[in-house]
Design a protein around this ligand. Structure first.
Ligand SMILES: *Cc1c(COP(=O)(O)O)cnc(C)c1O
Length: 366
């Protein structure tokens, strides 16, 4: 199958900072009458004899997004139809019957995929407490792939990525980090010797709650070729419009993440004082905060119906603030508190966010 090299290759970039890379990577070259943005190329097929040939093998709009995310993560990127399509493609690297180690509080869809694969005898899974580094290192011994998510969703636990990666590599296992929550601005796993980075580009990367897309990034050319081959074969490719939207969103990633993080940090300071809450979980960075209502699930459900600004919705990483009681999903593990509400803090004014949330919380205790 043809090599994917159709898109305008980005001109070699100097040693620019991430915010400059987010704005400049994946653009056409600076020549007269070139558009500043790679256009939306609607094409199922191409004139024969070139590098692309067919719409499942490549598209210039995907490639522009891939160049930009690859530059931010420090590797080569492949985009997928969704985050879970990327997860499935990576899990398929594991041989039949081999063992995968994963956090028990991984993204729920990832845990469900692992359970499905295990139930069909495709692989074995060992779910671990990702904060217990010694236990994770021990679990690595006979593993083929170690899946990491840090922070985890929605428990917001942090893994010791470097120590676990050394142990996994000693065992000959691949290490994958789902970097959806941190984004490459707050965490660059490939620099910690991790083999593969996975993203739900649906979340912070695109950032406007209007597109589903996923990505895998690696600095290993062999792994890139294997995954590209799988994508060609299975066809879990992104839409052209989605790729355009995701890249357009990526241009402001640094501003959005900075603002969401600043808002989250301020809200955490204020929430910690509130009597309606038993717990506020925040790893210190990023825009996701989990709060646990002292009065449990009913109070949490009530909270999600009492606000005007905060929207009750699943998903995260958009410009708008959303929140959700995670245990409303039957598949959410019982180790997640029943009254836990995950906040995805947006980029609105922090005082407006606080007034709306505090008003609803006050009602619960008042
Ligand atoms: C949403 C999410 C996914 C799945 O991505 P989709 O784009 O919804 O398929 C995977 N990992 C994490 C951490 C997520 O938040």
């Amino acid at each position: 199958m043809p090599e994917d090299s159709s898109a305008p290759q980005p001109s070699p970039t100097p040693d620019w900072k991430p915010s400059t890379v987010a704005v400049t990577a994946g653009r056409p070259s600076h020549e007269p009458d070139q558009p500043l943005n790679v256009p939306i190329t609607m094409a199922s097929t191409y004139v024969a004899g070139g590098d692309l040939e067919y719409g499942r093998y490549g598209n210039p709009t995907w490639t522009a997004f891939e160049d930009a995310l690859g530059a931010l993560e420090g590797g080569r990127c492949l985009s997928f139809a969704s985050g879970l399509a990327a997860v499935a493609t990576v899990l398929d690297l594991v041989g039949n019957g081999a063992k995968v180690v994963a956090p028990r509080h991984s993204y729920n869809g990832t845990v469900l995929q692992l359970a499905d694969l295990e139930s069909r005898g495709r692989l074995r899974t060992e779910l671990v407490d990702i904060t217990d580094t010694d236990a994770v290192v021990a679990a690595c011994a006979d593993a083929a792939l170690v899946w990491l998510e840090s922070p985890t969703n929605p428990a917001l636990e942090i893994a010791d990525i470097e120590t676990i990666t050394v142990a996994a590599h000693e065992a000959g296992a691949y290490v994958v980090v789902d970097n959806t929550f941190a984004t490459p601005l707050l965490q660059k796993p490939l620099e910690l010797d991790v083999d593969l980075v996975v993203h739900s580009a649906t979340k912070y990367l695109s950032g406007h709650s209007d597109a589903l897309m996923g990505a895998v990034v690696t600095s290993d050319d062999e792994l890139y070729a294997v995954l590209k081959g799988r994508r060609d074969l299975v066809g879990a490719v992104p839409g052209t419009l989605e790729s355009y939207l995701a890249l357009r969103g990526l241009r402001t990633l640094h501003l959005r993440v900075e603002r969401a993080q600043a808002n989250a940090q301020e809200l955490v300071r204020r929430l910690e004082e509130h009597p309606a809450l038993a717990e506020v979980r925040y790893p210190g960075f990023g825009g996701i905060v989990s709060i646990v209502l002292a009065q449990g699930a009913m109070a949490a459900d009530l909270l999600t119906r009492k606000t005007k600004l905060w929207v009750h919705a699943t998903s995260l990483g958009g410009v708008e603030s959303t929140f959700e009681r995670r245990r409303r999903w039957k598949s959410e593990p019982a180790t997640i508190p029943d009254g836990l509400v995950r906040l995805s803090v947006g980029i609105e004014d922090v005082d407006d966010l606080w007034d709306d949330l505090r008003g609803a919380l006050d009602d619960l205790v008042g």
